[in-house]
Structures are given as C-alpha cells and as structure tokens.
Design a binder for this molecule. Structure first.
Ligand code: GDP
Ligand code: MG
Length: 162
C-alpha cells in the first residue's frame, strides 16, 4: 500500500499546481478561478524514487463561517483517507482568518499535518512565512509549487514515518 498525502487549504493557494507537479499530469484543473476543483481527485505521485498517492481538494471556501462550512465534505474525507496532510497557505497573501479556521479543525485530527507556505518564489520566504507559526501546527515548510522549489524536502518530511 502506498502512503496517501492530502492537499488541503483555501482556494487559490496552489493545491492543483502542486498536484500536477507531483503527478506530472495536467489532470487537476489549474486556474486563477477559486474553487474550480469541485471534487477530490486522486493521483499516483512520483518524486524521484518516492512513490505515493496524492489527493487534490478544492472545497474549503475562505468566506464561509464555522468549521463545517469551512471544510467541505470532500476535504474532510480526503483528510480522513490520508496518512499525512499538507495544509497549503499562500506566502504572498499571508495568514488569513480562513487559514486560522482550517488550522483549528486540523489540530483536532489525529493526523500528521504539515503547514506548507507556497508561492515563495521571488520573495523573502523567511520573513513572509514567520506569521504562519501562529497556526500552531509546528514547522512551516516553504515551497514554490510552480517551480518545484522545496518540494523534495517537504515530501521527505511528509513520508518520514511511512
Ligand atoms: P488551488 O485553487 O489551491 O488549486 O490553486 P491553483 O493550483 O489553481 O493555483 C492558483 C494560482 O496560483 C494559479 O494562478 C497558479 O499559477 C498560482 N501558483 C501556484 N503555485 C505557485 C507558485 O509556486 N508561485 C507562484 N508565483 N504562483 C503560483
Ligand atoms: Mg485546485
């Protein structure tokens, strides 16, 4: 059985871009239009010699109130199915109240969760990402999904126990 990694987070943080990089397909729709990925999507991923299953999700809407509304059913299921959860945030936008709401939910899960700050290309990642430690989910990983920066290191950490 391959380990399963779920990608969760607000729309537009780069989940589908990361999914495509990990699976090297154009299967997950990538667009500027928030919420375009309506269902969770499974892909077989390969990063160098590392193989795993990755689940892309699209249903956590930033403008809703309450944990149930915030985490759409399909995202909750993806978290349940996963061995490790990559919680993507946007290093350019910074910490949002929707991120805080999602983190509150994820902290209650008995699941390995990693905070992943995406879009760190061309910015000072260390100063942009410091605020994400307030999510109280431990280490903040820096990546640029569009360019592959930081991806190997993040996947190594996600698969550490599996
Ligand atoms: P999703 O809604 O979370 O699935 O986000 P998408 O993967 O559809 O990406 C949303 C937008 O962010 C698109 O315009 C992407 O090109 C852009 N994006 C994704 N990853 C990166 C990155 O590493 N750097 C930059 N600068 N933009 C990115
Ligand atoms: Mg998407």
């Amino acid at each position: 059985m391959l380990p399963v990694i779920a990608l969760v987070g607000r729309p537009n943080v780069g989940k589908s871009t990361l999914f495509n990089r990990l699976t090297r397909t154009r299967d997950a729709l990538v667009a500027d239009f928030p919420g375009l990925t309506r269902d969770r999507k499974y892909g077989q991923a390969k990063v160098e010699e590392l193989e795993f299953i990755v689940i892309d999700t699209g249903g956590i809407q930033g403008d809703e109130v309450g944990i149930d509304a915030l985490m759409a059913e399909q995202s909750l299921r993806a978290v349940d199915e996963a061995d490790a959860v990559l919680f993507l945030v946007d290093a350019r936008v910074g910490l949002t109240s929707a991120d805080q709401g999602i983190a509150e939910h994820l902290r209650k899960q008995n699941k390995k969760v990693m905070v992943v700050a995406n879009k760190t290309d061309g910015i000072d990642a260390d100063s942009a990402c410091g605020e994400f430690y307030a999510l109280a989910l431990g280490e903040v990983y820096h990546i640029a999904a569009a360019h592959g920066k930081g991806v190997r290191q993040m996947i190594d950490a996600a698969l550490e126990e599996f």
